[in-house]
Design a protein around this ligand. Structure first.
Ligand code: NAD
Ligand code: MN
Length: 498
């Protein structure tokens, strides 16, 4: 079994308490690693190290070119370990090897490279319009914020870790990262690679442990300047509350209940698979999953029939197997939660078009079948709350305006999709969906250079691209006087008349 300690101030150390916890493979239900269980005290040590590293300028004071070199070197080391990372991610998170090798790991490495390059190419200095009177020179400096506390979920562990670390480091901050306890392995492997690089000690620490101790300490500690969190909206609210004590900068990437609106003229050849891809990728454990499908009455029955035919043929099984379409959920608790929602859907009067149970042919692994509910009303729990499992709620609409109203009738606003062959109509719907991303005739298309984040209770701020980089900078306006002569400074007369 793999063993991991805490990575604090450039050292691998046990938790102060000496405690550890086991990490499971959700397909075999067996432990694959034993990991140090950090506490508040361990988090404080890491935060102190990050504070000292930031204040010394050991990282932010390096020429951008040097920061870029160190980060690019880390990206290359990650690339060299790509196949090992793919296997570890698949075994730890239950993500299919198809997904970890096509999206999560290469996407993470690509993102690391992108931000490494930005470290030297982004202008840290921007001129402002000149003032004629009083003559002065004005400009903006983009400076790192300081110590960044970063807390991530379990669904795409490597990509999440990179999305936090890479932009923060590129901008010159120091960081303390807390991975999710279900899936800490690839973030700890990333720490190993950082440790082998020329990254100065203390700039990056990775502290595993419970959200209630390590996470809360990171969000509340006065030495932390910014908290960046990805996870549920419920915990996001708590993070904001804790961060408010010292008015920390906050970026939140939270939950979603993304609508998929199919118009009558959609191209079914693509839309059927597109909808299934939208909802079942990673067993539905994706924040932007298209979990509410809005269908016009005229095509409802036939469209659902086609979805069901395909969904019931999806292959569930070992995520390491290239033939597997859908792997297990991350944990027994997550399966319980999803099953609770299925019960609630039935209780509130929705009907199962397919799925709803554990697959009979699989004896182990936290699986739930691809599930489709019909006769769903938008105010049912299964249509309002984030399930984070392979459950699609189909809702009938009679006019496009009604579909849009229902699509927006949620606390979330992370993403949405519209399917139509008429770009004018599709664009009209896209504009009216209140969310940070809208796909026209697609789903899940996320790119390192494109902004990603939520409207409403799906979050604050943006990740990815230059937008994500700027979330890790403070803007400083510098005013440089060019008048210099006392007698020309008439405005001093407001105070100094003599
Ligand atoms: P979660 O909110 O339960 O936990 C996320 C992280 O926060 C974990 O590391 C956890 O240990 C920590 N945590 C828990 N309680 C805490 C507390 N009181 N103080 C500080 N930290 C605490 O979420 P999860 O179950 O790990 O992940 C699933 C959720 O993440 C879903 O809601 C999903 O939509 C969301 N998510 C959002 C995005 C996005 O970019 N918007 C991406 C992926 C996942
Ligand atoms: Mn695991």
């Amino acid at each position: 079994m793999r063993q991991y300690q805490l990575y604090i101030n450039g050292e691998w150390i046990d938790a102060k308490s000496g405690e550890t916890f086991k990490v499971l493979n959700p397909y075999t239900e067996e432990a694959i690693a034993e990991v140090a269980k950090g506490s508040r005290e361990d988090a404080q040590i890491a935060i102190d190290a990050a504070r000292k590293a930031f204040d010394s300028g050991i990282w932010s004071g390096l020429p951008p070119q040097r920061r870029c070199e160190i980060l690019l070197d880390i990206a290359e080391r990650l690339a060299a370990k790509q196949s090992e990372l793919i296997e570890l991610e698949t075994k730890d998170a239950g993500m299919t090897t198809r997904m970890s090798s096509m999206a999560d790991i290469p996407g993470g490495i690509g993102q690391f490279r992108y931000y490494a390059e930005l470290a030297r190419s982004v202008p840290f200095y921007e001129g402002l319009p000149p003032m004629e009177f009083p003559t002065s020179y004005n400009f903006v400096l983009r400076e790192p914020i300081g110590v960044c506390g970063q807390i991530i979920p379990w669904n795409a562990p490597f990509l999440m870790a990179v999305s936090k670390l890479a932009p923060a480091l590129a901008a010159g901050n120091t960081v303390v990262l807390k991975p999710a306890s279900y899936t800490p392995i690839t973030a700890l492997e990333l720490a190993k690679i950082i440790d082998e690089s020329d990254m100065p000690k203390g700039v990056v620490s990775v502290v595993t442990g419970p959200g209630s101790t390590v996470g809360e300490e990171i969000a509340a500690n006065p030495k932390v300047d910014k908290v960046s969190f990805t996870g549920s909206t419920e915990v996001g609210r708590r993070i904001m509350e804790l961060a408010s004590s010292t008015v920390k900068k906050v970026t939140l990437e939270l939950g979603g209940k993304s609508p998929v609106i199919v118009l009558e003229d959609a191209n079914w050849d693509v839309a059927i698979d597109g909808v299934l891809y939208g909802v079942y990728l990673h067993s539905g454990q994706i924040c932007v999953a298209g979990t509410r499908l809005f269908l016009p009455g005229s095509i409802h029955d036939e469209f659902v029939e086609k979805l069901v035919a395909k969904a019931s043929h999806m292959k569930l099984g070992d995520p390491m197997d290239w033939g597997t379409d859908m792997g297990p959920l991350v944990s027994a608790e997550q399966r319980d939660r999803v099953e609770g929602y299925i019960k609630s859907g039935l209780g509130q009067g929705a009907r199962l078009a397919c799925g709803g149970a554990r697959p009979k042919e699989l004896e182990k692994g936290y699986f739930v079948e691809p599930t489709i509910f019909i006769d769903v009303k938008n105010d049912m729990k299964i249509a309002q709350e984030e399930i984070f499992g392979p459950v699609l709620s189909v809702i009938k609409y009679s006019s496009v305006d009604e579909a849009i109203d229902m699509a927006n009738d949620t606390i979330y606003g992370l993403a949405g999709a519209v399917w139509s062959e008429d770009m004018g109509r599709a664009m009209d719907v896209a504009k009216k969906i209140r969310s940070g991303t809208v796909w026209i005739n697609e789903h899940h298309m996320i790119d390192t250079r494109h902004p990603f984040g939520g409207y409403k209770q799906s979050g604050i701020g943006r990740e990815m691209g230059i937008y994500g980089f700027h979330e890790y900078t403070e803007i400083k306006h510098v005013y440089m006087d060019l008048v210099r002569k006392r007698e020309s400074k008439l405005w001093y007369g407001m105070v100094c008349s003599g």
